[in-house]
Design a protein around this ligand. Structure first.
Ligand code: AMP
Length: 297
C-alpha cells in the first residue's frame, strides 16, 4: 500500500499504473478518516469492483460551518493506515489543507434544491463544501467508480445530481448503512458520546424500525402520522434534541405532503433523522418502498 500526501505524486503513480496496464479500473473511497466498519464496507466493495483502490482521508474544512467540530474532529492516521491496508487498499491519499486549498477558493460546485432541506438547512454551505471537494478528488484521481455510504443519504442524492448534471465520467456506487449490534449507525462522531448519550441514541434506529413497522401494518398510514410517531418516539429519550425527523421522497428529497397515504406512493421514501445528544449531532435514516410492504401483506 502506498501513501501520498501531494497531488503531483498521486497523479504520477496513477498515470504510471495506467500506462503499464491497459484498462485499469480505479475505485475511489472518499473519507474524513477515523475509519470504522462503515468505511471498511466501502473499501471492501471497492476492492471487489476495482483494479486499483484509492482511499482518500481528508477532513475538509470548507464543509464545516463556524462553531462546528472541524478542529476537534477525531483523527488517528496510524490506525487508519493499518485498517486501509488490512482491507486491501492500494493507495491512500492524505493531503494537507494547504495541499488541497493552497489559495482562497473562488470556484465552488453548488447543487441547488436538494441541498436546501435536512442537513442543508441546518448546516448552510455544508453541501457546497462536499460537492466542491468531491469534484476536486474526482479531477485528481479520475476514478471509474466512487463509493459512498447511504448513512449520508442526502449526500448521495446531491452527488448523483452533480455527476449527472455535469456529465462527470464516474459511476457512484452506494453502500448500505453499517450498524453496531444494538442498532446505532457507525459514525466517527460516536466517540464524542457519553455512556448515557450512547444508550439514549439507540432511540434513532428504534424509531425508524418502529415507524417502518407501523407503516407496513397500517398503524401509521399517512406521512403526518409517520412524522408524528417518529418525533414522539425520539422525544421519549430525554437527552434527544431533534434537529429534524422527516419523511421525504428519495432521491428527489421532496417533503411528502401530510395527507399522503404512504403505501400509495410509487417510488422510494426516506425517513431521515438528525438529533443531538449532549451536543453531538447524529444522523440516521431508512430508505424503503412503502408499496412493497402492501404487496407482502
Ligand atoms: P465520513 O468519513 O464520515 O465522511 O464518511 C465517508 C464515507 O463513509 C461516506 O460515504 C459515508 O456515507 C460512509 N459511511 C460513514 N458511516 C457509515 C456507515 N455507518 N455505514 C455505511 N457507510 C458509512
Amino acid at each position: 500500500m502506498k501513501v501520498f500526501r501531494t497531488i503531483r505524486e498521486l497523479r504520477e503513480e496513477l498515470n504510471s499504473c495506467k500506462q503499464s496496464q491497459s484498462n485499469v479500473s480505479v475505485g475511489l473511497v472518499p473519507t474524513m478518516g477515523y475509519l470504522h466498519d462503515g468505511h471498511a464496507s466501502l473499501m471492501t466493495r471497492a476492492r471487489g469492483m476495482s483494479d486499483i483502490v484509492v482511499l482518500s482521508i481528508f477532513v475538509n474544512p470548507i464543509q464545516f460551518g463556524p462553531g462546528e467540530d472541524f478542529e476537534t474532529y477525531p483523527r488517528d492516521e496510524e490506525r487508519d493506515l493499518a485498517l486501509a491496508k488490512s482491507h486491501g487498499v492500494d493507495i491512500v491519499f492524505i493531503p494537507t489543507v494547504q495541499e488541497m486549498y493552497p489559495k482562497q477558493v473562488k470556484t465552488k460546485v453548488v447543487v441547488s434544491e436538494l441541498t436546501s432541506q435536512l442537513c442543508g438547512a441546518s448546516r448552510p454551505g455544508h453541501f457546497d463544501g462536499v460537492t466542491t471537494v468531491v469534484s476536486k478528488l474526482f479531477n485528481i484521481v479520475k476514478p471509474n467508480r466512487a463509493f459512498f455510504g447511504l448513512k449520508d443519504a442526502q449526500q448521495v442524492a446531491v452527488l448523483q445530481q452533480m455527476v449527472t448534471d455535469l456529465n462527470m465520467d464516474v459511476e457512484l456506487i452506494t453502500c448500505p448503512i453499517i450498524r453496531e449490534a444494538d442498532g446505532l449507525a457507525l459514525s466517527s462522531r460516536n466517540v464524542y458520546l457519553s455512556q448515557e448519550d450512547r444508550t439514549q441514541a439507540l432511540v434513532l434506529s428504534r424509531s425508524l424500525n418502529e415507524v417502518r413497522e407501523a407503516i407496513d401494518c397500517g398503524r401509521a398510514a399517512t406521512a403526518a402520522e409517520a412524522r408524528l410517531m417518529l418525533n414522539e418516539i425520539i422525544r421519549s429519550a430525554p437527552l434527544a434534541v431533534i434537529d429534524y425527523a422527516e419523511v421525504l421522497s428519495f432521491p428527489e428529497l421532496s417533503r411528502v405532503e401530510d395527507e399522503t397515504v404512504l403505501v400509495d406512493m410509487q417510488g422510494e421514501v426516506i425517513m431521515a433523522l438528525a438529533v443531538k445528544f449532549g451536543g453531538t449531532r447524529l444522523i440516521d435514516n431508512m430508505l424503503f418502498k412503502p408499496k412493497e410492504a402492501l404487496l407482502l401483506v
